[in-house]
Structures are given as C-alpha cells and as structure tokens.
Write a protein that binds this ligand. Structure first.
Ligand code: HEM
Ligand code: FES
Length: 568
C-alpha cells in the first residue's frame, strides 16, 4: 500500500478568517488561504526575495506579499504584471484539521552538485586557535571583512577562533542562504549563545519550531493593517520632537542628533509594540536609551572576542551590562504586569489584542499553554533593541548625506509642502506612505550605509551554496553591502543619488543586490514600520528646520557595534 502523501498542517479551529496563513509541513513552507472554493495551498516563499507569503495579505482574489507588494492570483498563482507563477499543492480538510500534499512543492530545480570545498577557497591566513579573530577589530569588523572581499573575491574562507567560516558577498548566494532558513541555515550558534547568556531568547535568535509562533506575532504586530490603526502614534511622536527641537533652538542648546533620533524610535516602538507612551521625547532624561545603548556594543565585543573571558571574570563593563539589563528588565516587568492586569479585567481583549505585548500574553499553543515569562520578556527586549538603533542610525546617516545634498533637501521640502500641506507632520498613513522622495532618500541611505552590514549564520546540516560544499557547523558570514556598492549592480555606486529609486534611468540598477532588511523567511518584520517612520520624520524635519553638520563630512566615520552608526 502506498503511504498517504497528505500531512497534517494545522487544526481548522486555529485558522480564523481567510488567511493567508504561514505554515510548514515536512520542512516545506506553505502559504494557506481559505477561498470561496475551499482551501488553496501555495509555495510558502515569495519568488521575489523569499519572504513568507503567509505573512502577506488577501486583497480580493489576490495574495499580496507584504514586502514589495507583488500580487498573485489565488486562482492561477500567476503574478500580476510579471512572468512568475506560484506552485500550488493539494489541500483538504478532514476531521477538524487541514492536510496538504507538499511533494509537488519540494521539486524545486536543484543546482548541479557542488564541486568546490572550503579548502579550495582563498582567504586571509589564520593563526592557530584564534584563527583570524585577532585581525577583526569589533568596532571596524565590517570594513575589514569588506576589504578582504575586495582582495579574495565574493566567496572566501576565514576562521573565527577554531570555527571554519566562509564570507559571502555574491548577492545570489546570499539570497540562496537566507532563503534556506530555518531548516538548512540558522543564526550563528555562537551569537545565539552570547545573546541567550544575557537572558534574551526571542524571535531574533529563536530557531525552528520555537521561532515560528514568535515570528507570527511580531509580523502581525508590525503589519501594514496594524500600522494603519496606529499611525497617529508616529504622528504624535514626530510632532513632539519638532516642539522639543524648537525649544532647544530658541534656547540655543546644542543637540546630540543620534540620541535625539533614538528618543523618536524608542517612543514609536513602545507605542506600536507595547501600547505604552513612554514619551522620552518630552523628558529631560532618557534613562531607557542610556541602558539600551550599552547592550548592543557589549554583545558585539563578545561576538568577536579572542577568548570568552567574561565567562570567567567579570570586568567593569560586564557589570555595567548586567546593570543595564537588570534595569531594562525591571522596567519592562512593570509594563507586563499592567498589560496582564488589563487583560484580566477585560478578558475579551485577549481575542483582539491591540499590540504585540497583549498578543504575546494572550497567545496559547496547541495544548493551551501560554508563552513562558522569559520568552515574553525576551521578545519585549528584542523589539525594543531591534526597533531603536536600526531606524535611528539609518536616519542619522540620511541626515549626514543630506547635509551635502541641498538639491535633495529641496526635493523633500517641496514634497512635504505639497503632500503634507500646512500641518507639521503627515496627517495620515496614506500621505506618509506616499512620500516617495523621502522614501528614495531612505533607500539610498540604506544602500550606502546599511546598519546591518554583516550577518552571521551557521549551517545546520551538510549543505551547498552555489558550487560550494558547506559542512554542517560552518559559519557563513554575509556582507550585503559589497554587492550594493558594485558598479555592476548600481551606476555610480559610491554616489548618494536618491533619484535612482525614483525614475527609470540608464545604467545598472539591480534592486535585488540591495537587501538592507535581509531576505527570505526571516526578513525583517519591522521593514514597513521603519520606512514609515523614516518618511514621516524626514518630511517633518526638512519642512520645519535647516540642518547643518558641525564639522566636515570626512570626520564622520562608521562605528560597528552590532549595528553600524555614524560617529564624529
Ligand atoms: C532601518 C531599520 C531596520 C533595518 C535596516 C533592519 C534590518 C534587519 C535585518 C537585516 C534583519 C535580519 C533579517 C534576516 O535575517 O534576513 C532584521 C531582523 C529583525 N528586525 Fe529589523 N531592521 C530595521 C528596523 C526594525 C524595526 C523598526 C523593528 C521592530 C520594531 C525590527 C524588528 C526586527 C525583528 C524582530 C527581527 C528578527 C526577525 C526574525 O528573525 O524572524 N526591525 N532587521
Ligand atoms: S515582493 Fe515578496 S519578497 Fe519582495
């Protein structure tokens, strides 16, 4: 008797509404949709940059990818305006569950068998035990790895201590690796250990079955439809920031721009993800940011340390880190207690949580078990850290480049006057989303100055990337800025030219060689929020203020501290 090819993918009662639902069966990602004609199951990854299609939206009879809004027919799987077509597979409902036959989805075209091994690759000469770590200054690690890519080519080997590693800057191979998650590749186990050691095991460093439910909640909390309801939060924080700067300007007080931007991004993240108005913008002190900014650089130092000395003796900086973590955790615990009390007082809210925190508290798994307290706390910390530095540093880089680009300041200002009108800040999400020039500046800034220029991953199993064999346990270092600055992919690659994102013009413009938010199933869930914040902020800023840099452009350098920020 032939085995039944159908495998159970979900309980019917867990699938409320039409979907799409991001599910997985036998290690294959599936996007499941409830249609008038029954269930439809499609390949789970978008043919564009591999995002999970189950994280998208249904609009009429179209499945829309959340990232770059490619639209696919629910009937045929065909993409509107493009040759791509989603593969589908049979889906049936029986005995209160949905079953799919994913065998037809598994048959993705396979590359030729890999012919090269790590031994065949060039790379910098390692020392015994430390490998190349002694050459990797943690504050400039991205520049060193990029310089090696110039010297040794798009795929080279190195050693991170005793671990073998391969550094990749070929955009197709980067994309191939990022798509093959969470099954074939994972975030680096060393990085996970270092982040877990400080008590954070959230969506960023969770893997496999533990990652999926956390991912689902973070995506839902940051989805466009949720941001639509919550846009007034961004508007409020941007308006407060404007008033704060007006007061400072009147008093002649200098401002630390990056710190100011962090007030903006922390306040927005707290309101959107936790429903809490911390309002650091209107406070003199910024306790929470000062604690948060200790965490990333400390993790980064440990990541590239020659020896894990902190596991044996604690230095003053280790104690500072512990203090910061304790304070942030104590502070977040207060929010969790309040949110829990709110849900107890109004149990109906559990069915319609209004933010990420409530959704985490209300969620239960198949056996009715809620998330453990440490998972909830880890995810609050993750959201806060992921939402603060990344967007604030990108905005700081944007303003840095705009200081040397008066024509683009004029463009943003003209757009803001036309679209935002007499008010200070875009009044609704449609206006903010429509700020194309501010968006082009954000895209160009992220091409030149991606705040995550280095990614660290490990192979879970023996794998292949391109023509290279990757043994299980090998660390894969990705360098996404290298292809973004390659003249094969972008004309005049080192110039700040936001117009390249606005109009069709001659010369190379290979959009897929620029992936500041990552790609594949773990692509940044905060992308839409970050873009919205950046457009709203840039139009507010240049509508109301003239901005000058103190000092010269050459004095501003890149500091790597897990994210890459401007200093000087
Ligand atoms: C300019 C702003 C931002 C940039 C450039 C950025 C970039 C990234 C990158 C490169 C990743 C790794 C993606 C991958 O592994 O393929 C990531 C993951 C993540 N980001 Fe962002 N991010 C930004 C803003 C945000 C915001 C505002 C939030 C939320 C408030 C956020 C939340 C997250 C989370 C939770 C993950 C982990 C996702 C997972 O592992 O499934 N990010 N981000
Ligand atoms: S449209 Fe799906 S990843 Fe870009």
């Amino acid at each position: 008797m032939k085995p039944d090819p159908f495998v159970r993918i979900a309980n019917s009662r867990d699938l409320v509404g039409h979907g799409p639902f991001a599910l997985s069966a036998s290690g294959v990602d599936v996007a499941l949709v409830r249609t008038g004609a029954g269930w439809r199951a499609f390949q789970g990854l978008c043919p564009h940059q591999g995002a999970l299609l189950g994280e998208g939206e249904i609009e009429g009879d179209r499945l829309v990818c959340r990232n770059h809004r490619w639209r696919f027919s629910l009937d045929s799987g065909r993409r509107d305006g493009g040759p791509e077509c989603l593969a589908s597979c049979p889906a049936v409902e029986r005995d209160g569950a949905i079953f799919v036959d994913v065998s037809t989805l598994k048959g993705a075209p396979r590359r030729a068998a890999p012919t090269r091994s790590l031994d065949d690759l060039p790379g910098p000469r390692p020392l015994p035990l430390v490998g190349n770590l002694h050459q990797l200054d943690p504050t400039r690690v991205h520049l060193i790895l990029q310089a090696w890519a110039e010297q040794y080519g798009p795929i080279y080997k190195l050693k991170m201590g005793p671990r073998r590693a391969v550094a990749i800057s070929d955009p197709h191979v980067i994309d191939e690796m990022l798509r093959a998650r969470p099954e074939t590749f994972r975030r680096s186990a060393n990085m996970d250990r270092i982040i877990s050691e400080i008590g954070i095991k959230g969506v960023f460093n969770a893997e496999g079955d533990a990652w999926r439910p956390q991912r689902k909640l973070s995506v839902a909390a940051l989805a466009q439809r949720h941001l639509r309801q919550l846009y007034p939060c961004i508007e409020t924080v941007a308006a407060r920031l404007k008033r704060r700067w007006e007061r400072s300007a009147e008093a002649g007080e200098p401002l630390d721009f990056v710190e100011e931007l962090k007030r903006f991004t922390v306040d927005v993240t707290m309101l959107i993800a936790f429903g809490y108005d911390v309002n650091t913008v209107e406070q003199a002190d910024d306790v929470i940011q000062r604690e948060l900014e200790i965490i990333f650089p400390a993790v980064n130092r440990r990541l590239f340390a020659l020896f894990p000395i902190w596991r044996i003796v604690r230095s003053p900086s280790d104690r500072r880190l512990e203090r910061a973590l304790r304070n942030v955790r104590a502070w977040l615990s207060g929010l969790v207690d309040n949110a829990r009390a709110g849900l107890q007082a109004d149990p109906d809210r559990a069915n319609r949580p209004s933010n990420f925190l409530e959704a985490m508290l209300a969620a239960v798994d198949e056996e009715g078990k809620p998330f453990a307290d440490d998972v909830i706390m880890s995810n609050l910390m993750t959201m806060l850290l992921a939402g603060e530095d990344t967007t604030a540093n990108t905005l700081a880089w944007a303003v840095h480049h705009l200081c040397d680009s008066p024509e683009w300041v004029a463009e943003i200002r003209r757009e803001a006057d036309e679209m935002v009108g007499p008010v200070d800040v875009a009044e609704n999400i449609d206006v903010a989303n429509g700020l194309a020039r501010a968006g082009a500046v954000a895209n160009e800034t992220m091409r030149l100055r991606p705040v995550a220029p280095v990614g660290l991953f490990d192979a879970n199993v023996d794998a292949a990337l391109g023509d290279l064999r990757i043994p299980a346990g090998t660390t894969v270092v990705i360098l996404p800025r290298v292809p973004a600055l390659d003249q094969k992919n972008f004309v005049q690659p080192l110039a700040f030219r936001p117009q390249r994102w606005m109009e069709h013009h001659p010369g190379a413009h290979e959009v897929s060689a620029n992936s500041p938010f990552g790609s594949g199933p773990r692509m940044c869930p905060g992308r839409s929020l970050a873009l919205l914040e950046m457009k709203t902020f840039l139009s507010m800023l240049y509508k109301s203020f003239d901005v000058d840099r103190v000092g010269r452009a050459e004095e501003v350098t890149e500091l790597f501290g897990f994210t890459m920020s401007p200093v000087g």
